[in-house]
Design a protein around this ligand. Structure first.
Ligand code: EPU
Length: 349
């Protein structure tokens, strides 16, 4: 049996050979994979992951493709997790433990939790992508990071070839960072367990949130109103990946020493800074990029959003290499003018 027919014998998978990945990432750039496998049933995973096809470095895991940029074709197999299922595992007076399959759509899960009176995820409404991808870069927005609510991550360890259940501390969450990002390709996330409180103080301090609630006429917000406000803010501030190819913020906000931050602030009094710890501060990458006059710039079909300077966009026919070329020009300009290195947030292939 060749590799493809070996996989075809596993129920719960759909296989495409020499498949286009154009519709598989939110950047919508052309790329192909020798083989693309949609995995609909989690029960298919053990056999699939033990097969020769999923071994080695040429097996790439893809969720909804909202945080990846292909600059070339993928020479091996792409596994797209399409598994579904949300289940309550434990109910306590103050919180509920929920297990969510990796292929669930993140925003649907946020609303599923709010509809059941479970809180915490309201500030993370409308972030594109699948649930299984959220712990990898520890998605965050409007003063909340997903890692705060992750109880454990169920994954397949491709080195030991065993299922593992990693508790939150083992996931080593940090700003747009985690164990899964530091050991790329090692873990295939199969499901995420979230601990969601039944009561929690709302986080309204991030700039713009209270103002949006006031505009909506909400004087005493609950978590659902906050989710609506965040949805409105994101819709206004960020280009919609359904119509304009993009992957959200293309760069992380750089974390520098307080000394570097204060030196930059001295010569650029408007530069937004956020304290991270006693010794470090976070700079606004969007501000640095806008100051270098990149906001709204277009080179062929690749561009920088005129809504938000952190978002690189595909105006229709851009290749990943063209978008990456523009990203590198942004990095060089910011480095030259401010001495600051901008790190890409998405996975660049
Ligand atoms: N700013 C500019 N120019 C712009 C946009 C923003 O100068 O075009 C400055 C403004 O001073 C603004 C400040 O940057 O006050 C912060 O902007 P924003 O509130 O949009 O936040 P951000 O730091 O640019 C981060 C996340 C976003 C998340 C927002 C809101 C990162 C890399 N990005 O952006 O996450 O939605 O905060 O919480 O941390 C994503 O990860 O894909 C993403 C969109």
């Amino acid at each position: 049996m060749n590799d493809a027919s070996q996989i075809k014998a596993i129920p719960g998978c759909t296989i495409y050979e020499n498949a286009s990945l154009l519709e598989r990432t939110t950047f919508r750039v052309p790329a192909s994979a020798s083989m693309l496998i949609d995995v609909h049933d989690a029960n298919a995973l053990p056999a699939l992951l033990e097969s020769s096809i999923a071994q080695g470095e040429n097996a790439l895991i893809l969720g909804e493709g909202s945080n990846v940029l292909f600059t070339r074709d993928w020479p091996g197999v792409v596994l797209a997790l399409r598994t579904r299922g949300i289940g309550i595992i434990e109910e306590h007076d103050d919180a509920v433990l929920v297990r969510v399959a990796a292929g669930e759509h993140w925003n649907d899960f946020v609303h599923w939790s709010l509809d059941r009176g479970l809180f915490g995820l309201e500030n993370l409404a409308l972030i594109p992508g699948s649930v299984g991808a959220t712990p990898i870069q520890n998605i965050g927005a409007y003063g909340t990071e997903v890692g705060e609510f992750v109880h454990a991550v169920a994954a397949w360890d491709r080195i030991t070839r065993k299922s593992v259940r990693l508790a939150r501390d083992a996931c080593a969450f940090a700003y747009r960072d985690s164990l899964f990002k530091r050991e790329p390709g090692r873990y295939l996330i199969m499901a995420v367990e979230f601990q969601l409180p039944r009561q929690r103080e709302l986080r309204l301090d991030y700039s713009g949130v209270r103002e949006e609630l006031a505009t909506m006429g909400v004087a005493q917000p609950d978590a659902r109103a906050v989710a609506r406000a965040i949805t409105r803010l994101r819709t206004r501030k960020l280009p919609d990946p359904a119509t304009t190819g993009n992957a959200g913020s293309f760069f992380k906000n750089p974390i520098v020493t307080q000394m570097q931050a204060q030196a930059l602030k001295l010569s650029n009094p408007d530069l937004p800074l956020w304290p991270v710890s006693g010794a470090h501060a976070k700079l606004s990458a969007a501000w640095l990029i806008e100051a270098c006059n990149f906001k709204g710039l277009r080179e062929g079909y690749a561009g920088i959003s005129s809504q938000h300077a952190l978002v690189l966009i595909n105006h229709g026919q851009a290749t990943g290499a063209q978008i990456w070329g523009l990203a590198q020009r942004v990095q060089s300009a910011v480095l030259e003018r401010f001495g600051t290195v901008l790190e890409p947030e998405p996975l660049v292939i």
